[in-house]
Structures are given as C-alpha cells and as structure tokens.
Design a protein around this ligand. Structure first.
Ligand SMILES: *Cc1c(COP(=O)(O)O)cnc(C)c1O
Length: 386
C-alpha cells in the first residue's frame, strides 16, 4: 500500500514532458535542420522517415500523409471503394474507421467485437458478410479490423474470412504501431495498414500525421499520386481525383527524433501494463485486458462489479487524484451520424455493453513503479468500496 502523502510526480494520462527529457537535444537539432533548409513540404525528412518506418515494419512501402483518417481514406480511394460497396467495420472503435467509408459513398456495415480483446469478432464479421450477400443490394468489398488500444486484431482468422468472400483487408493500426503479432510487425499484418501520429498515439508527432504501410507496389504508386491531388508524373498533371494529404516535413523531423526512443517507450508501456495486470489480478469487479503483446496505447479495464458502475469507479479514482478516460462512450452503430443506416448492427450487443463498462487507466512509458502502484492501490480501494 502507498503511504498517505507519499511524494511522487502527479499521475497523468500521457507525459510528453518526460518524453522530451528522454529525447534530449535530438529533437531541437532535427527541427533546426528543417528551419535551415526550408523544404517544408515533402522535404528530405519525409523520405527518411518513410524509409525508417518501412524498415522497422518490414514492408516495401510507407506513404506518409496528413493524419490517420486520411491514411484510411487514401487506401479506400486507391481501391476504388464507393457507392454500392459494403465495408465491414467494428462498431466499438473511433469514429474515423467508419466515417471514411461513408464519406466515399460506400456503406459501413457494423460488426461486433469481442468482450475480452475489444477487437473485431470474426464470427460476427462472417455473419454480417452473409447478411449483405443474402440481401443483395451491396457488394462486400473490404473489412477494416481495428487494433484497439494497441492490440493487433486476429489477422489470421480475419484473412481466412476475407479470402473466402474476396474482401480486401485494411488494418486500422492507428493505435498499434510498434506492436507485433507472432514476430510480424504491425504494418505487415494486412495488405494495407493505416496508422496515425496524433500526439496521443504510441508514436505521436507535434500535430497531425499519418502513414500507410504496404508491400503492394501498384498501391504505393497510386497512394503517392492520390495524396498530391491525383498527380501524374508532373505536379500539374492531374490524372485522377485525389486529396491534399501530405505529412509536414517538420512533423517528419519530430517523428525521426521520437523514433530514437520508441523501442524503449514500447518496452516501458509493456512494463506499466504488466505492473497493472499483476497488481489487479484476481480483483473482483473488474476485468483486465489480455496480456498479449500490444503497443499499449491504452490500458483499458472492464468494470463488471454488480453495484459499482464504470462512472462511479471513474469518479472515485478522480477523487483520489487518478485521471481516467472512457474510450469509447458510445458504439458507432448507436451514434446519430450512423444510426440512420440499414446496416446498424442489431447484433452488436457487446459493443453497446462495452461503451458503458470500459475505463482506461493512465498509460505512458514514463509512469514509474511507484506511480503504477499508487494507481493499482487506488483501483483496488475504489472497487472494494462499492
Ligand atoms: C486516432 C484514430 C484514427 C484517426 O487518426 P487521426 O490521425 O486522428 O486522423 C483512426 N482510427 C482509430 C482507431 C484511431 O484511434
């Protein structure tokens, strides 16, 4: 148990100051170089970053872009996804996963997730595909598994369903870059992968950023065109409709500096997660997340207590000085923007239930052993008081 009044730094959800101290002068040097050369759009750091990321993930191509949402959209555009197409998405995810599908005129078909991993339920996926085929109005085109909270989805089983029904697989790895699954890095687990460098993601920049990972040479070439207004060989040659979605050179420089500590940060997150899971093992009224290799974007509990609600646990922790967050308070098929569709997943009961039972604890690589113990003790005390 922690002593009352024990002295420690305040516990925060994300500690960018500690990270800056760990990176040291490299960040300033990287930024100064960009200011000196002045190539703010598609400058040399962008290509350097793309090569570093491709090498890290073990893929042939990385195409950076303006944010993770665009990364998803660019891939769907390159595949020609549009009206009449069904794209299968989990209902328990950030809105961007389904938003890009709808923006392109295609139909997001919501599937349920698993209670234990928070990731796409493969049986639900197959059920929804069969429903779409039986209904006959839409053509099943793609599935977007999400690696929620940093844990890679079950790509082996998802790919088997995708092969059976000829679906393309787009991995939404916005939260999982840095993780791997049985030795294969995130980025190489699906034919195309989208990630985000939003500041709160495991690898975050100082603004917006995103990237696509793929081994497909043709897709890579298309993406490089689409991210610059559908350019051909020349910038003022417009061969298709595209977007303006480039990663700023300054953000690439920030990410190159952050990559110097990224391996240690992922290891640090894993340590924090292990301390939480050890400290909370067997505590009744909460369920801890799987211990499998994850990038640990979040450490998310499920509150299963018969009389203490998720919100009650959150307020007791807040009173004890422990911040928490709810990702996500509403399943997408229950959101006004999507609820008018014919495909609003009446079978996504787990997604609906998770929205009112999940609670994320502070998670960042600089949360030390004392702070982790304070969090664990506070959770144990708060749930026992219910
Ligand atoms: C953050 C996130 C996105 C979008 O990334 P942005 O860079 O914010 O556009 C997409 N999907 C998931 C699951 C995310 O967590």
């Amino acid at each position: 148990m922690s002593e009352p009044g024990e002295r420690t730094a305040p516990i925060v959800m994300l500690d960018l100051d500690a990270q800056q101290r760990a990176i040291g002068p490299v960040m300033g040097e990287r930024i100064a170089q960009v200011l000196a050369h002045g190539k703010f759009i598609l400058g040399p750091e962008v290509q350097e970053l793309e090569e570093a990321l491709a090498q890290r993930a073990g893929v042939r191509h990385v195409i950076t872009c303006a944010n993770g949402t665009d990364a998803l959209q660019l891939i769907l555009m390159a595949w020609g996804v549009g009206p009449g197409d069904a794209v299968f998405v989990p209902s328990f995810t950030f809105t961007a996963t389904a938003e890009v599908v709808a923006l392109l005129g295609a139909t997001p078909v919501f599937c349920d997730v698993r209670e234990d991993t928070f990731n796409l339920d493969v049986e639900s996926l197959e059920r929804e595909v069969v429903k779409v085929l039986e209904d006959g109005r839409l053509i099943p085109r793609a599935v977007i598994p999400v690696d929620l909270f940093g844990l890679p989805a079950d790509y082996g089983r998802i790919q088997a369903v995708a092969d059976k029904y000829r679906l393309r697989v787009l991995a939404d790895a916005a939260q999982s870059f840095g993780a791997d699954s049985d030795g294969t890095a995130v980025g190489a687990l699906a034919e195309a992968t989208a990630t985000s460098f939003f500041p709160a993601k495991p690898l975050g920049c100082y603004g917006d950023g995103g990237a696509v990972f793929t081994d497909d040479d043709d897709l890579a070439e298309l993406l490089r065109s689409i991210r610059v207004h559908g350019k051909g060989t020349d910038k003022y040659d417009t061969v298709r409709l595209g977007m303006n979605s480039r990663l700023d050179t300054l953000q690439a420089a920030v990410l190159l500096a952050k990559l110097t500590v990224f391996d240690e940060e992922i290891a640090g997150r894993q340590e924090v997660a292990a301390r939480y899971s050890d400290g909370l093992e067997g505590v009744s009224g909460i369920a801890t997340p799987p211990r499998d290799a994850s990038a640990w974007a979040q450490y998310t509990l499920r509150v299963t207590h018969p009389s203490t609600s998720r919100d009650e646990l959150g307020s007791r922790l807040a009173a004890a000085g422990i911040p928490t967050a709810v990702y996500y308070p509403r399943a997408l098929h229950d959101q006004p923007a999507f609820s008018g569709s014919d495909w609003t997943a009446p079978d996504a009961a787990t997604s609906t239930a998770l929205a009112s039972t999940v609670l994320s604890l502070p998670m960042h690589p600089y949360l030390d052993a004392v702070q982790s113990r304070i969090v664990v003790d506070a959770v144990r005390l708060a749930i026992a008081g219910g």
